[in-house]
Design a protein around this ligand. Structure first.
Ligand code: C5P
Length: 226
């Protein structure tokens, strides 16, 4: 039997960092579900597929070879699409926005469901996203939902981008964070929301290390791991 731990929450809340660290210390597989929506958004944009052309996007999802390789240096995972390395391209703000536009489509989400479930393999999985605890793994052993104010998340994103040498304006990033939140929270299918049995953690005033320690304690207490 394989253990599943889900980590959901809005963009910029620290899910990715937490999920990869957990997967490492537990020796578990990692599902960065956002990367799947990002690669589809990027691939659609490149090949001129309209972001609301549900049939074409489902076809793309079903017929492309997507590989996700855990990789600490470049975010949670390195991303390959039909043999091409898209790791850098999928991490841009543009890719995040493209992802959240295709992610509203019910048929696309349905087509991706089994692909995501297939990540659950022994000895266990840490799954990071928006609907991991509600839709993809409703039977997960432990569910976390991370949240933080939009200001704090935009601030963190600005720092990350500046550390990458990018020239960024806070107001623009804040606006993008708000827009993406709104789309993710208000869509009809699998909107961003905590599962009823999720443990909520507000990361606004605590560091990534503190979040990791809290989560580690809970895993140890509830699952007897770590
Ligand atoms: O987590 P990340 O920022 O990489 O996700 C990009 C976008 O993909 C999100 O804003 C959301 O619209 C979509 N997404 C989703 N369901 C998931 C993961 C991501 O709809 N499980």
């Amino acid at each position: 039997m394989s253990v599943v731990i889900t980590v959901d929450g809005p963009s910029g809340v620290g899910k990715g960092t937490l999920a990869i660290k957990l997967a490492q210390v537990l020796g578990f597989h990692l599902l960065d579900s956002g990367a799947i929506y990002r690669v589809i958004g990027v691939a659609a944009d490149r090949s001129g597929i309209a972001l609301d052309d549900e049939n074409a996007l489902v076809h793309l999802a079903e017929h492309s070879d997507m590989q996700f390789v855990p990789n600490v240096k470049s975010g949670p995972v390195a991303v390959m699409l039909d043999g091409e390395d898209l790791t850098v391209e999928v991490r841009t703000e543009k890719a995040g926005n493209l992802a959240s536009m295709v992610a509203v489509l019910p048929a696309l989400r349905a087509a991706l469901l089994q692909k995501q479930k297939d990540f659950s393999q022994a000895p266990g999985l840490v799954a990071d996203g928006r609907d991991m605890g509600t839709v993809v793994f409703p039977e997960a052993d432990l569910k976390f939902f991370l949240d933080a104010s939009a200001e704090v998340r935009a601030e963190r994103r600005v720092k990350q981008l500046q550390a990458m040498g990018r020239d960024v304006i806070f107001n623009k990033i804040y606006q993008e964070v708000m827009e993406r939140d709104q789309r993710d929270r208000n869509r009809k299918v699998a909107p961003l929301a905590p599962a009823d049995d999720a443990i909520l953690i507000d990361t606004s005033t605590i560091s990534a290390e503190q979040v990791f320690e809290m989560v580690k304690k809970t895993i140890s207490k509830q699952l007897g791991l770590l």
